[in-house]
Structure formats: structure tokens, C-alpha cells
Write a protein that binds this ligand. Sequence first.
Ligand code: HQG
Length: 182
Amino acid sequence: MDDRRMVKVSKYLSRHLRHDPGRIGIELDEHGWVDVDVLLKALADRRFHVTREELDEVVARNDKQRFAVRDGKIRASQGHTVAVDLDLEPAYPPPVLFHGTTDRFLDAIRDEGLKAMDRHDVHLSPDRGTAVKVGSRRGRPVVLKIDAARMAEEGHTFYESENGVWLTEYVPSWAIGFPDDA
Ligand code: HQG
């Protein structure tokens, strides 16, 4: 499969497995899973034909490992706006995590901290490079350094998604390091 098709299928899957399953007439179970066969049929019914081999390739080669397949079922590993319980165990985070955002949000973030906005959690990455990419989606990227060690000490709970994204409900502004030029 060429990269363009890969991205197209990945975006289509993300949209329906994270945000809008009803649009293609599928239902996710409480943990976000749907039968692969049901999904492929729903896609075919909407004239978006994806073979099982293509789906497996998207899952395996996806740049961020966005999807997981188990026991004939598939789900998005994180990023949902629909109510699902990913059933993740709390985990001890690395001492420093990063969040990529952009200039125009900084004043609000200084005042309010980082909020989950439409998603279930604030998304944090273990490396600066990923945060730069996440921030670039919205404008000039700004990378915030999160004092995860202190947050954990203060009782904040962290989860690591299957694809290595760190999730937490809220990041207070005392835990956020802003770049000097921000
Ligand atoms: C900002 C992609 C104002 C926050 C990425 C972000 C990620 C605030 C935006 C994943 C704020 C929310 C998630 C506050 C936070 N005031 N703005 N108090 N608190 N924000 O898309 O982290 O490619 O929901 O900085 O790679 O950008 O789709 O979150 O800019 O992992 O797999 O509000 O989505 O993954 O935006 O991205 P989002 P995000 P995929």
C-alpha cells in the first residue's frame, strides 16, 4: 500500500474509532473495541473498501501505532472523544514529559493549566520531538515541559496508552515549564 492510501485509511479509522462510530453505523463496546469484520463491512457499505490485509498493514505500519487488534477486534489506542474506558492501569510516569501546543493557547494555559478539552485526557509525550510534531498541527509549535514526577507525588494519576502516549486528566500550571521566549 502506498503512503497516501495508508494515511487515508488511518484518518478514516481514527475518525470513526475515536469520534464518530455512528456515522458509519458501528458501535464500540465499553472499552472501545469493534469486530474487525463488522468494521470492514461498514466501510464497504459506505463504498470505502478496505481488505483485511490492508487493515492489518495499517495497524502494523502506522507511524504512531494508533490502533490495536486483539481477538478479532480493533480499537484506537487513545485520542477518543466518545465515552470509552480504555481500561489502562495507572503507571508511574517518566520524571519529565512534554506537551506540544501553539502560541495562541499559552495565556489560557498559564491561567488554567492544561485541560483535556474535547478528549478524555491531556496527551503528553516522553520525547520533545513528538511534542514538536503535535504542536505543529496548530501553528508555530511551542513545547511545554511537564514536571510529571512532582505531579505524581502530589497524587495525579498517569496512564500510558498502548502506543506510548502518556495520559492524565489535568496538568496544573505549577507543573508546566514554559520556554523562555514564550
Ligand atoms: C490546548 C494527535 C487553551 C492543547 C496528537 C491542544 C496527540 C488549551 C488543544 C493527540 C488548554 C487540544 C492529542 C487551555 C490545553 N486553554 N488551550 N487551558 N489546555 N489546550 O487535539 O494534545 O495524530 O485535543 O495544548 O499527536 O494537540 O490524532 O490535543 O493544543 O497525541 O493520533 O488545546 O492527537 O494524535 O487539542 O493532540 P487536542 P493535542 P493523532
